[in-house]
Write a protein that binds this ligand. Structure first.
Ligand code: ACO
Length: 332
């Protein structure tokens, strides 16, 4: 048994498709308006992958940027975790495709699926391996191409989502630095609030399923909304307690980016002023597993974080699942 040490983010990167779809563009596809989408969600535009772009393509770009920032080679990676609900294909894992394309021949690789909480699940798993000394470098990618499982005729869902990827690399640090605490949870009783009916062993994708639109996201928006507002506050409070910190200690909250009203309600419950809450959904919509790490990578690239800043990451998603992490930023 090795001595417990810390785990910290030593590299980060993001990749976003270049194509922008605005609310005005959606007005021409479904019966909606920029006014409705903006006031009900806060979203103004989102990125949409080109037909030839798959999850591993965006993941590759994000991972290469993270390797460069960490100043390590792909051969130095010990583990690759890809969090996604839109893998290139059911198998092999997108993480294995990524491992090959990166040339990370010393890494083990697997995908995990925890809906929009996937990145936080990956971060928590990677953190354990680094803290207990099993691995030195773990790459965690959050990537989703939700445009492929979105029904573009359904105004209830198509206005919400976007495509993107972001990656972080964890490395060792002193105990008590870097990732201070994590918290994960699941409630499978809410699985039917957010799901993709066909394409699995329960309901293979046949012609009838296609005709019924079962290849697309099905969502009970109001139920997910209620759950999200409650769980974001609870998860943030719990993860701070585990880090022995208080809300006053938080420099930035980085919430999952599903709806501005969910973020505002969670921030109000936590008594956090808006300037301490990072938001990117106006530009990207809900990118599922990619939302939180894209917000993190963007803010880090913009130089918003100072060493010693306390960041709280908190998200929720299909499952239902939720997750949170507290980090003490230590990069300059
Ligand atoms: N444009 C115009 N009208 C719309 C649109 C639209 N795009 N979408 C829905 N409406 C209509 C509805 O049909 C409804 O009309 P009706 O009253 O005549 O039936 C009306 O607007 C109100 O609908 P509500 O569902 O009450 O709207 P609400 O204020 O709850 O907002 C929303 C809906 C935005 C979906 C909200 O419930 C939400 O954000 N829920 C959480 C979603 C979420 O977080 N999902 C996570 C997904 S993660 C993943 O999938 C990987």
């Amino acid at each position: 048994m090795t001595t417990k040490r810390g785990a910290t983010i030593i590299g980060w990167g993001k990749a976003l498709p270049s194509k922008i779809v605005t609310n005005g563009d959606l007005e021409r596809i479904v019966d909606t308006s920029d006014e409705w989408i903006t006031t009900r969600t806060g979203i103004k535009e989102r990125r949409v992958a080109s037909p030839e772009q798959a999850a591993s393509d965006l993941a590759l770009d994000a991972a290469q940027a993270a390797l460069k920032r960490a100043n390590i080679n792909a051969e130095e990676l010990d583990l690759i975790i890809v969090a996604t609900v839109t893998p290139d294909m059911a198998f092999p894992a997108t993480a294995c495709l990524l491992q090959h394309r990166l040339g990370a021949q010393n890494a083990s690789a697997f995908d995990l699926e925890a809906g929009c909480s996937g990145f936080l699940y990956g971060l928590t798993i990677g953190c354990q391996f680094v803290q207990n000394g099993t691995y030195n470098h773990v790459l965690i990618v959050g990537v989703d191409i939700l445009s492929r499982i979105t029904n573009w005729q359904d105004r209830n869902t198509c206005v919400l989502f976007g495509d993107g990827a972001a990656a972080v690399i964890l490395g060792p640090c002193e105990s008590g630095q870097g990732i201070l605490s994590t918290y994960l949870g699941s409630d499978g009783s809410g699985g039917s609030h957010l799901y993709l009916p066909a394409g699995g062993s329960r309901r293979p994708l046949d012609q009838l399923a296609l005709e019924q639109g079962l290849q697309y996201i099905h969502m009970n928006g109001p139920e997910v909304f209620k759950f999200a507002v409650r769980i974001m506050g609870e998860a943030a409070a719990e993860v701070l307690k585990r880090a022995d910190l208080k809300l006053e200690d938080v420099t930035y909250l980085i919430p999952h980016q599903a709806n501005q009203r969910i973020i505002d309600a969670a921030a109000r419950r936590l008594h956090l002023p808006t300037e301490r809450v990072l938001v990117n959904l106006d530009r990207y919509g809900n990118m599922s597993s990619a939302s939180i790490p894209v917000a993190l990578a963007e803010a880090a690239d913009d130089g918003r974080f100072q060493p010693g800043d306390v960041l709280v990451l908190v998200g929720f998603g299909a499952g239902l699942t939720w997750g949170a992490a507290v980090l003490k930023w230590d990069q300059v």
